[in-house]
Ligand binder design. Structure first.
Ligand SMILES: Cc1cc2nc3c(=O)[nH]c(=O)nc-3n(C[C@H](O)[C@H](O)[C@H](O)COP(=O)(O)OP(=O)(O)OC[C@H]3O[C@@H](n4cnc5c(N)ncnc54)[C@H](O)[C@@H]3O)c2cc1C
Length: 464
């Protein structure tokens, strides 16, 4: 169905990006054959590292003419197989397009290339007293282009929202090679169909993002974190609801169950948890005024104690805060250290249904004989339920996993939720999409894809 990259095509690709920016070596292809989902692997035939939208446009024009598949790639930290070249062909790595083009302090906007590492953007704007809130736990590695493609969230989404809320302009190359621009340093914009919001969350299937204008805030001056142990996960999640109901404006409310913190302690050699707690909440508050932050965290602390918390540990020093958050950010790596194969599902439900979701997940794990570990963004109803393979044989794992995943997604939908809050569909969830969306919605998406990518050359085999 697709043409292989023969030597003639490889030469043409070299002419476009320069010989030193085109990789074809077998070992070099390994690095671009997987993302952070350990269940999928697909090797590209070549990897191009373009330096501009113009070069990407030429690559896509060639791909259309010669019918070979193309997949855009940021850092490969995705967890749904989204950046994998399922049908071989060309991977476009955005790693050379990683510049901050402008930080406009007066308009409070920054213009960047898609390959910028999210954490680097944070540091650069914070040095100027500004703030880019979206903070996926992978921020030290992932790219802003990947964040846009997945509409990444992060712990701070409770107060600040997700990537989509901070994008005001975009430049992208369509699958057919045209370069489009939409928006700019604008606070509002309703000029025609919003192509920007079409591309955000499109998982690299509708265009390659080549330039991004992001909205910035003023950096909050004060920040306090609370680490709160609970005797049961039910009391922890009820507490989440109580905090939200009282409008204390927390920045983040992360949930971690006993098992994940125990594994983290085993792997990292030190822990942050209270030994007898069934679950912990990590709650962050920030603001401009110290008094305001203090008042709110004291009030939240009281709610936690009233809801059954064993203690409220206050982290107001950068060292202690970093220790707690580093442990939280490394949870996924810690799980993979004890079980290299895991399946992590980022189901999302209305906040008040988290207790029902976790109760149900527990039962599903027991029913199918799978170990389940849960943590995640409880403040926005987005808990990551991880199935651990450990030593299960391949056949039993696959069978149990499929049934357990179906049950988990069915439960999430029954509770008014859906199958992905932030990781996207990619390859790993595409078989389950019909559980979450009606045929008319899926068909509308397919039509959009066909209209923009008639030859189906950009990231084929994903989402549908
Ligand atoms: C430890 C860990 C923690 C994580 N925590 C979070 C979290 O808190 N919140 C969250 O939302 N996610 C999280 N993730 C998932 C992942 O980091 C995000 O999905 C991230 O946005 C992917 O960025 P990336 O640069 O690695 O993209 P990749 O994995 O390289 O690509 C992901 C998708 O984006 C597309 N893409 C990449 N760049 C472009 C571009 N320039 N134009 C068009 N399409 C493009 C790819 O084709 C692919 O479909 C986590 C992952 C790990 C491993």
């Amino acid at each position: 169905m697709y043409q292989k990259l023969n030597s003639k095509l490889i030469n043409k690709l070299r002419e476009i990006v320069g010989a030193q920016h085109l990789l074809t070596g077998k070992e070099q292809m390994e690095d671009y054959s997987h993302d952070e989902n350990p269940n999928f692997f697909a090797r590209p035939e070549a990897v191009a590292k373009p330096a501009s939208a113009g070069e990407i446009s030429q690559l896509l024009l060639l791909a259309n003419r010669e019918r070979f598949p193309v997949v855009a790639r940021g850092s490969g930290t995705g967890v749904t197989g989204g950046a994998l070249p399922l049908f071989g062909g060309l991977v476009i790595s955005l790693e050379r397009m990683n510049r901050i083009l402008e930080i406009d302090e007066e308009n409070m906007m920054a213009v960047v290339e898609p390959g910028i590492i999210t954490g680097e953007l944070h540091k650069a704007v914070e040095a100027k007293g500004l703030y880019y809130p979206p903070d996926p736990a992978s921020l030290e590695d992932c790219t802003l282009g990947g964040n846009l493609a997945e509409d990444a969230g992060g712990p701070r989404a409770v107060k600040y929202g997700v990537t989509r809320d901070y994008i005001s302009g975009i430049k992208a190359v369509l699958p057919t090679g045209e370069i489009i621009e939409y928006g700019g340093k604008l606070a509002k914009n309703v000029t025609g169909y919003n192509l920007l919001h079409l591309l955000v969350g499109s998982e690299g299937t509708l265009g390659v993002i080549t330039e991004i204008t992001v909205r910035l805030l003023v950096k909050p001056q004060h920040r306090v974190d609370l680490l709160v142990p609970f005797p049961s996960y039910r009391s922890a999640v009820h507490c989440v609801a109580a905090i939200i109901r009282r409008h204390f404006r927390p920045t983040a409310i992360e949930f971690m169950d006993r098992k994940c913190l125990r594994i983290s302690r085993e792997v990292l050699g030190e822990g942050i948890s209270a030994a007898d707690a069934e679950a912990h909440l990590l709650i962050e508050m920030d603001g401009m005024e110290k008094d305001d932050v203090e008042r709110r965290y004291e009030a939240i602390g009281e709610v936690c104690l009233a809801e059954g918390a064993g203690d409220v540990m206050v982290a107001d020093s950068p060292t202690y805060q970093e220790k707690i958050w580093a442990t939280r950010r490394k949870l996924r790596d810690s799980l993979r250290a004890v079980s290299p194969i895991i399946s992590a599902q980022d189901v999302v439900v209305p906040r008040m249904e988290i207790a029902a979701l976790l109760d149900g997940a527990d039962k599903i794990g027991r029913k199918h004989g799978l170990e389940i570990v849960s943590f995640g963004h409880a403040g926005d109803g987005n808990v990551h339920v991880n199935f651990l393979k450990r030593n299960l044989d391949e056949k039993s794992w696959k069978k149990a996993l499929h049934q357990a995943t179906t049950d988990l997604f069915t439960l999430s939908i029954k509770l008014g939720g859906t199958i992905s809050g932030e990781h996207g569909i990619g390859i790993s969830k595409k078989d389950y999409l019909p559980l979450a969306l009606k045929p008319a919605a899926i068909e509308s998406m397919r039509r959009i894809k066909r209209a923009l990518d008639p030859a189906n050359i950009l990231n084929p085999g994903k989402i549908f």
